[in-house]
Design a protein around this ligand. Structure first.
Ligand code: SAH
Length: 246
């Protein structure tokens, strides 16, 4: 698992966020994957305000309480909304340029640090991971490491609020039947690479995980997963809580 932040010349999303912040518009943030056709992320949507957020994200912001950690905070959209709700939040991101934008936008506590860097310490009542927040876990193999890290960062009675999607609908054949190749890697493990203007990032692993698989890994690693809400497109919000030792 990487524990570092991104080099400036390998940070296309940060470059796009900085451009949009400074000029009010941005070029195309392109997304490549060995599994999917080329796609793009509308940069404007990274700056969404509370009213424009999907219901699952609004729900997560309502539930977030106490000392909150916004993981992979991007432009700071969720942190700013939380501050407006008079909640206390620390935003972290591996993109230094994004963190600089967050600070300029008024996020009071924003830090360029990797979630898995041991120099990040603290006890949080809510760890927030949004916009397919499970992506940062990368691969199912990293689940034990992820849950250990959450135990370190969570205060007593704290929880993780994370959204994700079940990608099995992509495997449906023309009859609507899902054919899962059990010998293949888990279907939610995706590789992505982004490009903005001449800034091309390295390829990275990004995990989409269905709720049952998440629950299974949670249970194996001393956590309980609850389905808080379901979205319109195979997406959902989960709450992960450590199970106290007897
Ligand atoms: N939460 C934001 C941005 C989502 S994009 C939103 O909903 O708009 C995912 C973000 O996670 C990116 O800004 C990326 O730089 C950051 N990120 C990826 N891996 C990370 C890690 N290990 N630790 C902290 N941030 C990470």
């Amino acid at each position: 698992m990487q524990t570092s932040i991104l080099a400036a010349d390998k940070d296309p999303m940060g470059a796009a966020i900085a451009d949009y912040f400074e000029t009010g518009k941005a070029g195309t943030l392109r997304v490549f994957s060995s599994q999917f056709d080329e796609d793009e992320i509308p940069v404007r949507e990274l700056f969404r305000t509370y009213g424009r957020m999907p219901a699952l994200e609004q729900k997560a912001l309502q539930l977030a309480a106490g000392n909150i950690l916004d993981v992979g905070a991007g432009s700071g959209c969720h942190s700013l909304a939380l501050q407006q709700m008079d909640k206390t939040v620390t935003a972290i991101d591996i993109s230094l340029r994004s963190v600089e934008v967050m600070q300029k936008r008024g996020v009071r506590s924003a830090q360029a640090v990797n979630l898995f860097d041991p120099s990040l310490t603290g006890r949080f009542d809510t760890v927030l991971m949004l916009m397919n927040g499970s992506g940062i876990i990368g691969r199912l193999d990293n689940m034990p490491l992820f849950f250990r890290r959450m135990r370190e960062l969570l205060a007593d009675n704290g929880c993780v609020l994370m959204d994700s999607s079940d990608l099995s609908y992509l495997l449906e054949d023309e009859n609507g039947e899902v054919l899962i190749d059990l010998a293949a890697d888990y279907y939610g493990q995706v590789d992505f690479c982004m490009q903005y203007r001449d800034v091309r990032g390295d390829s990275f692993d990004w995990l989409y995980v269905d709720f049952d698989t998440l629950s299974l890994y949670a249970e194996r690693n001393g956590f309980r997963a609850e389905l808080v809400a379901e979205g319109k497109h195979y997406d959902y919000l989960a709450r992960l809580t450590p199970v106290k030792p007897e």
